[in-house]
Design a binder for this molecule. Structure first.
Ligand SMILES: Cc1cc2nc3c(=O)[nH]c(=O)nc-3n(C[C@H](O)[C@H](O)[C@H](O)COP(=O)(O)OP(=O)(O)OC[C@H]3O[C@@H](n4cnc5c(N)ncnc54)[C@H](O)[C@@H]3O)c2cc1C
Length: 419
């Protein structure tokens, strides 16, 4: 093993430079327009596909980096350009992660390429978990999946909400309750291809949002959606075994027996997948925070009041010092968690959650301070910092709110199932 280093290797440096150029030349100039239009930036996704950034190959090689750092580098650079456009480019990976973590090898081979399409015909994917009454508490979801043994078909019914790329995606991964009484232990994932759009799967309300407005967020309505047996991600026999174990467990609990906590495939196991993807989400927040910090620093050096640049006041300089310190600390937490995840180091203290929690809250704080440093200009849409502040706020909400991250960390460090 080589000694400890935080130096990027040659591949990572090249990746960072290439993505930064794309972000600077293509994403950032388009950011304000797509924020105002509040529409999916198809031409930019197309350009990313042509450049080889929006592609299965690109994400597969980022994921494959054995240090784990290439994925956070990718996220930071793209989201430095713009978070709404960034999420339009990387939102597909949520659906891909749903397929990778639950599907068989055949299903992965069949569906993952369809999530991206190709540079001449780009496709999107979505992961539909949340429901109006099941956000932080996904175990209480109401969407049902009922199996018809004779026809080898599943029928799904329910409403999913706040789904990134919901309704406009070609591939939707939908989590539904096969046995709602079993809560998280009774859930399974299904892959829904483009043939079912308008035939049981449709887009409901499209949400107008505070930030990341270029990223499409919608309800997904499942109305007697009839899917072939093969739409279940994973093997049916394994699902049956899992449900049988869960039912035995529920019966034992009903008899008053004391049972050890066990991991739940599809429930807590899905949470473990989220835990592993959290550093990548934290890296997106780092990208936004860095954009705001850099902009505010330059502004503070040129804006003069009382006959001198405002950065010459400790009140401003110290704000910038705090911004940079928290920004760097966020990146270090993100890189640590990404390295741990890739190198099979268990997150014994919720390190994945720590990275997303700290980076998300830092992005909100840094972008808010950037507005303060720009004064009146910062509050107007003539300058990008107000958009970055609006964009940053989602990082304390989606992919697990800050409170849920604190719950995961506190449970991990205490060993107590804090309610
Ligand atoms: C723009 C956007 C995109 C999204 N994309 C997707 C997507 O692609 N797919 C998907 O499935 N979902 C998606 N979501 C949903 C997102 O994951 C949820 O909004 C999030 O999990 C929070 O759920 P909720 O909104 O129902 O809030 P709630 O769960 O109702 O929480 C409300 C408040 O209560 C707090 N709270 C809840 N429980 C506890 C507790 N036990 N202890 C302390 N505090 C608690 C929360 O932290 C929060 O502050 C998206 C949401 C948004 C806004």
């Amino acid at each position: 093993m080589t000694g400890f280093t935080l130096e990027l290797n040659e591949d990572q440096t090249t990746l960072q430079k290439w993505l930064h150029e794309f972000s600077e030349n293509v994403i950032r100039p388009a950011a304000s327009e797509w924020d105002e239009r509040e529409e999916t930036p198809w031409p930019i996704i197309q350009e990313a596909a042509k450049a080889g950034i929006y592609s299965l190959d690109f994400f597969a090689s980022s994921w494959a980096d054995e240090t784990g750092i290439s994925l956070p580098i990718t996220m930071e650079e793209l989201f430095w350009g713009d978070a709404g456009i960034g999420l339009s480019i990387v939102g597909t990976t949520l659906g891909v992660a749903g397929i990778l973590s639950n599907g068989t090898l055949d299903q992965i081979g069949e569906w993952v390429p369809q999530c991206f399409g190709d540079e001449n015909d780009v496709k999107l994917a979505a992961l539909a978990v949340s429901e109006p009454n099941a956000g932080s508490d996904v175990s209480s979801m109401k969407t049902t999946a009922v199996y018809d043994e004779a026809k080898d078909q599943w029928t799904l019914n329910g409403v999913k909400t706040w789904i990134t790329n919901g309704g406009i995606a070609d591939v939707h991964v939908v989590v539904a309750a096969v046995d709602p009484a079993l809560k998280a232990r009774g859930q399974a994932s299904f892959v829904v291809g483009p043939d079912f759009k308008g035939k049981g799967l449709s887009q409901g309300q499209k949400f107008k949002k505070h930030g990341i407005r270029a990223s499409h967020t919608s309800e997904v309505i499942l109305d007697n959606l009839v899917l072939p047996g093969s739409a279940l991600l994973g093997e049916k026999s394994k699902l049956d075994e899992r449900l049988a174990r869960a039912r035995e467990r529920a019966a034992a609990l009903a008899r008053g027996e004391k049972l050890e906590r066990t991991r739940v495939k599809g429930g807590q196991a899905a949470m473990a997948t989220f835990e592993a993807s959290r550093p990548a989400v934290g890296a997106q927040a780092v990208g936004i925070a860095r954009a705001a910090y850099e902009y505010a620093l330059e502004y503070a050096k040129t804006r003069e009041q009382f006959g001198r640049p405002i950065v010459e006041n400790q009140g401003i300089a110290f704000m910038l010092a705090d911004m940079k310190t928290k920004l760097d600390a966020s990146r270090l937490l993100v890189w640590r968690a990404a390295w741990m995840g890739k190198n099979n180091q268990p997150f014994t203290a919720g390190e994945g959650s720590m990275s997303k929690l700290f980076a998300g809250e830092t992005a909100v704080e840094v972008t808010e301070k950037a507005i303060q440093i720009l004064g009146g200009n910062g509050y107007t849409r003539e300058y990008p910092v107000e958009r970055w502040h609006r964009d940053a706020k989602i990082y304390t909400i989606f992919e697990g709110t800050s409170e849920i991250q604190r719950l995961i960390i506190s449970r991990a460090i205490s060993g107590i199932q804090i309610p």
